[in-house]
Design a protein around this ligand. Structure first.
Ligand SMILES: *Cc1c(COP(=O)(O)O)cnc(C)c1O
Length: 397
């Protein structure tokens, strides 16, 4: 048991206390303990004798068994993430966010099942659905992210899972998750949410009725652009299914990466607050410009997702989009090339600001804005410097 098993602790405290079990950070024979679990690198686990080997034949997930099943460094991160998500029974770690999404979909779906997939999903999630998942006989229907309780009309007896992502990748629609999870529960359908943008700090997913919460830990949780990992955190009913599939698929993560991600997790609260604040400062500045079409940021009062965001989220992260009014792709390229503080690169959620051009792929609900779209991940720099940099970009158009 770690101290964060106390359900009364608030999220910022849980972030600090989570996963710090004494059996992972100290040894009575050393006369003390360390703050962070050491990096336990292992393939082989040695057993004391034959009786010990026989007794551990059915190892649980938090006893040493074989390297692929994890070591205390891995369990400490998984445990800390579980502690962040009220209502969760456990967390599984995957080598990337994409691996976590794919493993979750594979674990919960079988040939002939139907999946309802949000149309604003992260593009590699679509690629997995249209590729391997379709090849294995799962029927995928893309739905409008703003469908809300109307999702009921799309459910058939074969529908087994509704996949959500909110705000949506690139276009930042906010889904009415409580309405959708209510319908799903009534109809016996599971729900899985890509919660990378908000993390449980801003949106505790299971408390809003979601069965499986996914995160790309590569983004805000890692927070330093130097590690890749993904997670699935789930209810007691679903977690054993995910664990069984992860074992069969051989999903394992490196303890070195876990130590990096765990270090990032400890400061998530302060970083997220600053990312959110800086992002909103930049978003408001953009929204006031005549050469900006739309700013896609749910924390802005005029945004189409603002009401639901205000109702459900505890704050904002620093990732959002905007359109360049009347510009074309070449002008967008000049804008991006003129920036000096923003790195041009995929991924996001690190301490440094990033920019990418974004071109949404839609099949259920066309993205019809003619103006080119840009995505910004606002880092921890002083926003005045970022605004000066963006001013250079607009000048270059
Ligand atoms: C980046 C991202 C992923 C995938 O994570 P990786 O760790 O890069 O594999 C999944 N979902 C969303 C919303 C993302 O932005």
């Amino acid at each position: 048991m770690s101290k964060s098993d106390d359900e009364n602790l608030r999220p910022a405290t849980r972030l600090v206390q989570g996963g710090r079990r004494p059996e992972w950070t100290g040894d009575p024979r050393l006369g003390g303990s360390v703050v962070n679990p050491p990096v336990w690198r292992a393939s082989t686990i040695l057993y004391d004798n034959m009786a010990d080997l026989a007794a551990r034949g059915h190892a649980t997930h938090d006893k040493l068994y074989y390297g692929r099943r994890g070591t205390p460094t891995v369990w400490a991160l998984a445990d800390a993430l579980t502690d962040m998500e009220p209502g969760a029974a456990g967390t599984l770690l995957y080598p990337s966010g994409v691996a976590a999404n794919s493993a979750g979909l594979l674990a919960l779906l079988a040939p002939g099942d139907r999946l309802l997939m949000v149309d604003s999903a992260y593009e590699p999630t679509r690629a997995f659905c249209n590729g391997l998942l379709a090849r294995y006989g799962v029927v995928i229907t893309y739905y409008d992210p703003l469908i809300g309780a109307g999702i009921a009309d799309l459910i058939t007896p074969q529908t087994k899972l509704i996949f959500l992502e909110s705000p949506g990748s690139l276009t930042f629609e906010v889904q009415d998750i409580p309405a959708i999870t209510q319908v799903a529960r009534d109809r016996g359908v599971l729900t899985m949410l890509d919660n990378t943008w908000a993390t449980p700090l801003l949106f505790p997913a299971l408390a809003h009725g979601v069965d499986v919460a996914m995160m790309s830990l590569t983004k805000y949780v890692g927070g330093h652009s130097d590690a890749m990992m993904g997670s699935l955190t789930a209810t007691k009913a679903v977690w054993p299914r995910l664990r069984g599939a992860a074992y069969q698929l051989g999903q394992a993560v490196s303890p070195d990466d876990c130590a990096f991600v765990l270090r990032g997790l400890r400061t998530l609260d302060v970083r997220m607050a600053r990312h959110g604040e800086n992002g909103l400062t930049v978003a408001k500045w953009l929204a006031a410009r005549a050469d900006v079409g739309r700013v896609l940021h749910p924390a802005l009062p005029g945004d189409r997702g603002h009401a639901i965001w205000s109702r459900d989220f505890a704050g904002t992260s620093g990732l959002f989009g905007f359109t360049l009014k009347g510009a074309d792709a070449a002008a967008r390229a000049r804008f991006i090339d003129a920036l000096t503080l923003f790195g041009i690169g995929f991924s996001w959620g690190g301490y440094e600001s990033l920019v990418v051009p974004s071109d949404p792929i839609r099949t259920a609900t066309p993205w019809s804005d003619p103006d080119p779209l840009v995505r910004l991940s606002i880092g921890l720099e002083d926003p005045a410097d970022l605004i000066a940099d963006l001013t250079r970009g607009f000048a270059a158009i």
